[in-house]
Write a protein that binds this ligand. Structure first.
Ligand code: MN
Length: 634
């Protein structure tokens, strides 16, 4: 267990201006708060936050991160609360501790969800400060190191699975390979111990039966470089069992060669020297084709830089060589943490918001788009992630409400929403959802969508459903009206048997002149649709279909056509619209504004016309108006 003064000394070694007073107070606070609590290992609980702090000191993180590490479990696991922490350590620390606590609480939920990708995004979305993720990663690394003390095999597996699905990719995205490799190997040991054992015993066998040429190859490479007067550090390293195993799986081969399990690294001071080293290696040894990659000129999205090449090297061994500068090496090990420290030094202790620094760096890195898309926390600022009672994650745009949530789950759920419980409490349907909310929608078969909902729904899916429902309702009303009007003035349709009642479908509003099709209904009446009406697909077999045509399109009966019009919001717009319609001797039966913005209005207008030709000429004259954006028949 690292001692208090050691922690301070190690922090001060890379950050001489760090204020040690709050660090000392956090140490004592955490130790007292955890008191006599024990870990599964039997160690005092306090050893855990201390180890987490120590891992972050290795990454050279700032004093705030180290203090957060010391305090990270106090709110969740002891009687301490956030107000207390804010009073004692200020708002910045309180914020960071709160962030870590929230993610820890989410982990309980993750047990029931299998949507790792969404869960990763949720973790990012909830971490308004990237230090929260770094503390969380170190927390997870120490928990994985001590995982074998947990007695329940199911729980061990659950934690290992979560580590593999969520925290390994997160550390990869952030470029922290030192964390990533270890997390991955610890999770692998739990999830597939047989596979890992088989790799390890195979490695052992190789070591025993073949002479270990690593040292000799290293010496040969060093000699070649010093002959060219390049000062470099050469090292050979065995790949992790997990990466060997995945390679064996994807390539479907057993490993036999050294190149399958070893990687050599050459580290130099300057970028130019990387390319000189490459020239020397390629001149001296035969290059294995197709294996050369230059991640210096094109860094990986997580900022990783190196040159990779494979050659038939010393002693005729096929070997992979990575060439990089010392600084690139730090980035490869510590990822964003390395860059952050570098920036801090430039600003000489001046405090910069961590995230902005990170984004600055990434914006200057070529090929950063993908990295930004994956890890830029801002990206998830416009999304919220909420849970269903079963633990599925629903992703919604920021500002979404329970109605949006309900429609995202299923349109039938949305249509029948009556009430909502958020985190177990009944809340208004217009409540804005927050990250991590558990949302339970209460439905009733008798409920139907309300136009009122449009005021607080923001997703396209919900709004379209509500509007569609509203339209069908209006149409039904309208058709009832139309039918009662036409009773005294019957429209005859060719092909109809006398005495059979006819109705005009509410879905397509057939007008005289439209090509129409009749459908026999259960009560022996006939429903008239336009031939292109979508609802005809429900009647694929011809036995219900009745062939019908309009008998006389010049009947002086007025029929209603519905138009959806979008026009510029200018003084007099509505007046010029209505005068264009009346100039065509058509009559406006109903007008409804469906959407208005500063610039545009959307209206639905029901127009009484003689027939479809009449409607076409009305549409044409409306289109001719300069204020019109679009006109379509609904
Ligand atoms: Mn912890």
């Amino acid at each position: 267990m690292i001692r208090q003064f050691e922690l301070v000394e190690r922090l001060k070694a890379y950050d001489p201006n760090a204020d040690e007073d709050p660090l000392n107070r956090a140490y004592v606070f955490s130790m007292k708060a955890h008191g006599s609590q024990l870990r599964a290992s039997g160690d005092p609980y306090f050893s855990h936050p201390l180890e987490v702090a120590s891992l972050l000191v290795n990454l050279h993180l700032d004093c705030y991160s180290i203090i957060t590490a010391l305090l990270h479990d106090t709110v969740e696991d002891t009687s301490a609360n956030l107000e207390e922490i804010q009073d004692l350590f200020g708002p910045e620390i309180a914020n960071l501790v709160d962030g870590v606590t929230k993610i820890s609480r989410l982990e309980e939920q993750s047990e029931t969800t299998h949507q790792a990708e969404n869960f990763r995004k949720l973790v990012l979305a909830m971490s308004t400060d990237i230090r929260v993720i770094l503390v969380k990663l170190a927390d997870r690394l120490h928990n994985m190191r001590t995982l074998h003390f947990i007695p329940s095999p199911e729980r061990r597996r659950r934690i290992a699975r979560e580590t593999m699905d969520i925290y390994v990719p997160l550390s990869e995205r952030l470029g922290i390979h030192s964390f990533k490799d270890e997390l991955e190997d610890l999770a692998f040991a739990q999830l597939n111990p047989e596979a890992r054992e088989s790799v390890i015993s195979r490695l052992k066998f190789l070591h025993e039966t073949t002479e270990n040429p690593v040292e000799e190859i290293t010496k040969e490479l060093e000699k070649a470089l010093s002959a060219a007067k390049i000062v470099a550090h050469v090292s050979g390293r065995e790949k992790t069992p997990y990466s060997i195993w995945t390679k064996m799986q994807t390539k479907n081969i057993a490993f036999e060669q050294l190149s399958d399990i070893m990687a050599f690294r050459i580290a130099v001071k300057k970028v130019e020297q990387c390319y000189r080293v490459l020239g020397i290696i390629h001149r001296r040894y035969s290059v294995v084709p197709g294996r050369f990659r230059d991640f210096i000129s094109t860094p990986k999205p997580n900022m990783y830089q190196s040159i990779h090449t494979t050659v038939i090297g010393p002693l005729n061994h096929r070997i992979e060589i990575q060439i990089r500068t010392y600084e690139m090496h730090r980035t490869a090990e510590f990822g964003v943490a390395a860059h952050w420290q570098y920036k801090q030094e430039i600003h000489d202790g001046r405090k910069y918001p961590w995230l902005r620094d990170l984004l600055d760096i990434m914006e200057q890195t070529s090929g950063a788009e993908e990295f930004l898309a994956d890890t830029k926390l801002e990206m998830f600022r416009d999304q919220v992630f909420c849970f269903t009672p079963k633990g599925d994650i629903i992703s919604l745009p920021r500002g979404a409400t329970p109605i949006d949530f309900a429609y995202a789950v299923h349109s039938a759920v949305g249509d029948h929403t009556v009430n909502v419980k958020i985190n177990g409490r009944q809340m208004p349907l217009g409540t804005t959802l927050q990250n991590g909310d558990q949302v339970e929608i209460i439905t009733s078969e008798t409920q139907s969508p309300s136009p009122r909902w449009l005021r607080f729904t923001i997703t396209g899916k919900a709004r379209a459903r509500i509007r569609r429902f509203e339209r069908t309702q209006k149409r039904e009303e309208f058709m009832k009206l139309g039918q009662s009007m036409s009773l005294g003035n019957p429209v005859s349709v060719k092909g109809m048997i006398d005495g059979v009642a006819i109705h005009f479908a509410g879905c397509c509003h057939p007008l005289p002149g439209d090509v129409i099709t009749g459908i026999q209904t259960k009560d022996e009446s006939v429903m008239i649709h336009t031939q292109d009406c979508e609802s005809l697909s429900h009647f694929p077999d011809s036995e219900h279909v009745v062939e019908v045509t309009w008998e006389d399109v010049t009947l002086p009966v007025q029929h209603a056509g519905r138009l959806k019009i979008t026009f510029l919001n200018r003084p007099g717009s509505l007046a010029s619209l209505s005068s264009a319609i009346s100039k065509q001797r058509a009559n406006i039966a109903n007008i409804r504004v469906t959407n208005r913005t500063v610039d545009f209005w959307d209206v639905l207008i029901d127009i009484e016309v003689k027939d479809v030709e009449h409607l076409k000429s009305v549409i044409a004259s409306i289109r001719a108006l300069p204020i019109i954006n679009s006109v379509e028949r609904v």
